[in-house]
Ligand binder design. Structure first.
Ligand code: CP
Ligand code: NVA
Length: 309
């Protein structure tokens, strides 16, 4: 299968499909109240340099429900905060646990940790990517719309970590992705530059959402960018997902990775409206992460895909 989950462009199409298929099995079993304990006795270390609600709780609950346990570790309270190297930390920590999930500023730091770790490493968000979020969002689109391939996703707002991972996913799977970002806030140039024709960048959010099956947005100020708040609020104002914008795509679902800043990137009307799937989307983090954990840390590995008890 795959050894770590660091970024979507490190995965193959069939690996993404395996994650989504297993997540479907896990969610269906959970809804029927059937236990799915494929990680008995396993331990996941979760290292956080940044805050989290969904990622932390869904990984922790997921491990518990699968028969294992998770450790919440604030990076600043470890010896990392006092200068112990990433490489040494990875070598030591991976002797204690069966997997490590890291939320960090630097993508390079997470990749370095993985190089020195003897157990699987999962990227729980960096400044550059948020692969677990987008894998879960792909699951939500598939669940709500039946298929992904023929869909058109409009991403409106900041060309950030979430946007970068959406581009990776569209490049891999082939669905249409149109991003509307203001000048100076585009996704990473090397990622966008390598993207195939099914990925487009426009300036006008109305153009992006026309014909879209999903309108997706994220915060205007990501974690670590707080000093830019006022400038960003002014720049992004025309990119708000609201009733007016949604008139251009009457069939589209509304998605947001959350946390949302109601009244900024999305109005309450859009977020609580009949087309919003944001809370189902948030729930799916749990089911999809359990699939990721099982594929990386479970003993049964892909055989579990056939094991539809
Ligand atoms: N969407 C997401 O990753 O949320 P948290 O920051 O709460 O983990
Ligand atoms: N782009 C946001 C995502 C939060 C889940 C951030 O990095 O803060």
């Amino acid at each position: 299968m795959f050894r770590h989950l660091l970024r979507i462009d490190h995965l193959s199409k069939s690996q993404v499909e395996a994650i989504l298929t297993l997540a479907r099995i896990i969610k269906d079993k959970a809804k029927r109240g059937v236990p799915h304990q494929t990680l008995g006795g396993k331990v996941l270390a979760m290292i956080f340099e940044k805050p989290s609600t969904r990622t932390r709780v869904s990984f922790e609950v997921g491990m518990y429900q699968m028969g294992g346990t998770a450790l919440y570790i604030e990076a600043s309270t470890t010896q990392l905060g006092r200068g112990e190297s990433i490489a040494d930390t990875a070598r030591v920590m991976s002797r204690y646990v069966d997997g490590v999930m890291i939320r960090a500023y630097s993508q390079e730091a997470v990749e370095e940790f993985a190089r020195y770790s003897s157990v699987p490493v999962i990227n729980g968000l960096t400044d550059r990517f948020h692969p677990c979020q987008i894998l879960s969002d792909l699951f939500t689109v598939q669940e709500k719309m039946g298929d992904l391939q023929s869909r058109r996703i409009a991403y409106v707002g900041d060309g950030n970590n979430v946007a970068n991972s959406w581009i990776n996913a569209a490049a891999l799977l082939g669905f249409q992705l149109v991003l509307a970002c203001p000048e100076g806030f585009e996704p990473d140039a090397p990622i966008l530059g390598k993207a195939p024709e099914n990925v487009r960048l426009v300036r006008d959010p109305r153009e992006a959402v026309q014909g879209a099956h999903v309108v997706y947005t994220d915060v205007w100020v990501s974690m670590g960018q707080e000093e830019e708040t006022e400038h960003r609020k002014r720049t992004f104002a025309p990119y708000q997902v609201n009733a007016q914008l949604l008139q251009y795509c009457p069939e589209a679902l509304v998605m947001h990775c959350l946390p949302a800043h109601r009244g900024l990137e999305i109005t309450s009307e859009a977020m609580d409206g009949p087309r919003s799937v944001v809370f189902d989307q948030a729930e799916n983090r749990l089911h999809v992460q359990k699939a990721i954990l099982e594929l990386l840390m479970g003993d049964r590995k892909p055989k579990s895909l056939q094991a539809q008890e």
